[in-house]
Design a protein around this ligand. Structure first.
Ligand code: FES
Length: 150
């Protein structure tokens, strides 16, 4: 059951297989209470997350997107999360230019042993998304979005 009262929203989570997915699993196994709005997509590394994945999710109806990977220096592939951090930081600045509230996107680092941290991250982000409400529909004729959707 959702911790946040009211309507369940659609939040997409891209989680790296080696740390954050384990952290989410730890939170589940430890039976920490979490919101149920998050839909998890497991990726090999946060470095695998193309910023366009985030934009496409948001313009196609997701109310929020969360990306989580291993802590810096802990990446299973050595430096994937450094690439991710650079790209995702730029993405955060880019989102307002396509009419998306940057607060709808968040990235973080959670290790496999940090179930409590995962629960806290998901709860805080979900609460924020509920405060923002559902994503407003995007006009179908916006050229920039047409190209992103393709
Ligand atoms: Fe987790 Fe690279 S393997 S961020």
């Amino acid at each position: 059951m959702s911790v946040v009262e009211g309507k369940e929203l659609r939040i997409v989570g891209f989680l790296c297989n080696w740390c954050s997915y384990g952290g989410a699993d730890t939170a589940g196994v430890s039976r920490f209470k979490q919101p149920t709005d998050l839909r998890i997509i497991r990726v090999p590394c946060s470095g695998r997350v193309d910023p366009l994945f985030v934009v496409k999710a948001l313009i196609n109806g997701a109310d929020g997107v969360l990306v989580s990977g291993c802590h810096p220096r802990d990446c299973h592939y050595s430096d994937g999360n450094y690439y991710a951090r650079r790209r995702l930081e730029m993405l955060k600045r880019f989102l307002p230019f396509v009419g998306i509230d940057a607060r709808r996107f968040h990235y973080t680092w959670v290790s496999a042993s940090e179930g409590q941290r995962w629960q806290q991250t998901v709860t805080e982000f979900t609460t924020l998304i509920h405060e923002l409400g559902p994503t407003p529909a995007f006009p179908q004729d916006q050229t920039v979005l047409k190209e992103v959707r393709a």
